[in-house]
Design a protein around this ligand. Sequence first.
Ligand code: UD1
Ligand code: UDP
Length: 356
Amino acid sequence: MITHIVGNRPQFIKLAALYHELKKAGCEQNIIHSGQHYDENMSDVFFRELNIPKPYVNLAAGGGSHAQVTAKAMTGIEEELLRAKPALVILYGDTNTTLAGAVAASKLCIPIAHVEAGPRVHHKSNPEECNRIVADHLSDILFCPDEISMQNLQREGLAERGCMTGDIMYDTYLVIAGQQAQEEAQEETIVMTWHRQENTSDRERMESILRLVERLGGRVVCPMHPRTRKCLQEYGLWERANAIPNFEIIESVGYVEMVKLMQSAKLILTDSGGVSKESSFAGAKCLFMLDVDIWEDLVNIDWLHKVDPQSEESVVDALRFASKAKHVEVADRPRFYGDGHAASKMVQALRERGYL
Ligand code: UD1
Ligand code: UDP
């Protein structure tokens, strides 16, 4: 039995590709949902759209501090792993659910495969960095989305466990994009996502992001993460956000709708690790609102351009970048994240290393 441990929106998207590939290989699998994300449009919609079976258990660990979520998830995962005794646990990404799964499984001496291993922002103030480091060091096989991740693992003495597969999000992206008739480039739309702790835990920071949206002009469509909505409301900025004429706030969307949005964008404004990378799949350059060095290959070709909404100089620079942005045709998009067959490479590696 292989047990997948997931709990967050981007993990469901990654799980989809590997679940289907393992099923093709005839493997017996089950899914533990930590419950870290729990709204219908943050969880169930992805299982439905991506045809993933319902998790056999939901640990309802969502909605607390880092320690509360991690502790609740860890306790529940331990219980489930003791009961089910899987031969392998598969973890995804860098969230508190990943951390909880890594600690619980490794202490029960269950082998762990970590999907999306190796990215580093070299900054512990980024909460996900702590999760990535722990998960990578406790895992037995490390599936990397790009060469830079492989190099990071090598620097940390983990090269032997590393396996370059390319990005599994690209697998799912291609399936969903392929189901859509044609890309409809709407040159005017900027798609925005905004949810990181660094951008939602301070009123001034949130206000500066709203000012940036306003100054971008053009239509900015933002499927809003529930955390961001709650923080805007808490800081008394909700009315202000809704009064920005070019700002279209909508509910968080499922992946089918999200892919449609990204494909029709001329630019993406985000603080999401996943969305900033997907921008290169969808052909929209990216303004990245977080001061961490993420996806360096995209930074080096100025596809991914950092902006600090609290610095006038940086905002002026970002507006210049945005004014030149236009939808990029498939042939001209960068290709740093594999060929869309990461999941099959993972299954092959698991087999070669004796885990299947
Ligand atoms: C988490 C991950 C982050 C990832 C993101 C993906 C950690 C430390 N962070 O951040 O790495 O980028 O998921 O989206 O694990 N909420 C709801 N409904 C939901 C989910 C969340 O209302 O379905 C609200 C709750 O108030 C919750 C808050 O959002 O307390 C934050 O949720 P949480 O899962 O802790 O962090 P994310 O910002 O989603
Ligand atoms: N996403 C989605 N609907 C939304 C916003 C994002 O389907 O309303 C997808 C997005 O395309 C990407 C993933 O969710 O595949 C990224 O999740 P998120 O930004 O929450 O997390 P991160 O990647 O930063 O960990």
